[in-house]
Ligand binder design. Structure first.
Ligand SMILES: [Zn+2]
Length: 321
């Protein structure tokens, strides 16, 4: 497929985004708005220029700056709305955002009011009018320790029951380079997670016989693969060496995700395009990856049925070309 045709196809392809951190998804445009509010001028300090790579530690540095700009409910609501609109413009029909509920003493924001601000944005009339279904996962950041983790799990439990199915789960995130990383991985896999983000720790690209790989394979735990994020953070050297190929070749459930579309200057359509050119995937294969990801979404059955209906409506329009 020619480049421009592939780009159009990926843009028109209805997509699910299952691994997107709210703060890392903030676009340059929204960052500029936030800086203006704080009278910091329009200079962008966080987004990664195309092609430039940074270390994992530098990536976490970028998040610190973003956090400083989103310390009150109003900015949290504003960025949530903007991020959802941008995903919708990119042809995403189902979006699971994930975010760590944060408290900020000096602005009075609490973990609860943070979650409320995100939910208010999702439920606002402007966002509800868009052709996109949005769900929320509450993230537990490793660095905040066990007490905060428990508080977040309790918040998630409460909102699972009271948010009209909007809060659908929890996610463990943050810098994975911690003491006891292997033990953590083992303990988490024993909990049988419903999905795994990245999967770089499985180290499957070269050695396909490790115990962890076998475990994930046997349980068919879907993988959320973030090509550009892995390459820019250097957890995978090149697109060609990405472990997508290893899993895809054995029909393991996989989906493409952006991770942090703002920090890594990417879009979900671009990720599909990169996968197609790197691994020689056909439009039909891209279609199947996108359609099959509905299966791993944390949404209710009726929502998934509606999504499948939407996909099938688009299928004749874009695959026939
Ligand atoms: Zn992530």
């Amino acid at each position: 497929m020619e480049t421009h045709t592939l780009r159009d196809f990926c843009q028109q392809l209805p997509k699910t985004e299952l691994h997107a951190h709210l703060n890392g998804s903030i676009s340059d445009h929204t960052l500029t708005k936030l800086m203006r509010r704080r009278h910091l001028g329009g200079q962008n300090m966080t987004s990664f220029e195309k092609g430039r790579s940074r270390t994992l530690d530098e990536c976490f540095q970028a998040f610190k700056i973003i956090h400083k700009l989103t310390e009150d409910e109003e900015s949290v609501k504003m960025v949530t709305g903007d991020v959802i609109k941008e995903f919708s413009q990119d042809g995403v029909k189902y979006l699971e955002l994930r975010s760590t509920p944060r408290e900020e003493e000096h602005t009075g924001m609490t973990r609860r009011s943070y979650v409320e601000a995100v939910l208010n944005a999702i439920r606002s009339p402007e966002i509800s009018a868009l052709d996109i279904t949005v769900r929320l996962l509450l993230s537990i950041d490793r660095k905040n320790g066990a007490m905060v983790a428990m508080e977040t799990v309790k918040l998630a439990q409460e909102y699972l029951l009271t948010s009209d199915d909007c809060v659908v789960g929890v996610d463990l995130s943050g810098n994975p380079k911690i003491p006891g990383q292997d033990e953590e991985t083992q303990a988490l896999l024993e909990l049988r997670p419903h999905r795994i983000g990245h999967g770089t720790f499985l180290k499957a690209s070269r050695n396909g016989t490790s115990e962890l790989v076998e475990h994930v394979r046997k349980l068919k735990i879907p993988l959320e693969l973030c090509l550009t994020s892995n390459v820019k953070c250097q957890t995978v050297k090149t697109y060609h060496e990405h472990h997508f190929k290893f899993w895809f070749d054995q029909s393991h459930p996989c989906t493409f995700c952006t991770d942090d579309k703002g920090v890594f200057s990417t879009t979900l359509s671009e990720e599909y395009g990169i996968a197609a050119t790197t691994f020689g995937l056909s439009p039909k294969q891209l279609w199947d990856i996108s359609y099959n990801s509905i299966d791993f979404a944390f949404a209710q059955h009726d929502v998934k049925d509606k999504l499948r209906f939407t996909w099938n409506e688009h299928k004749h329009l874009i695959l026939r070309k």
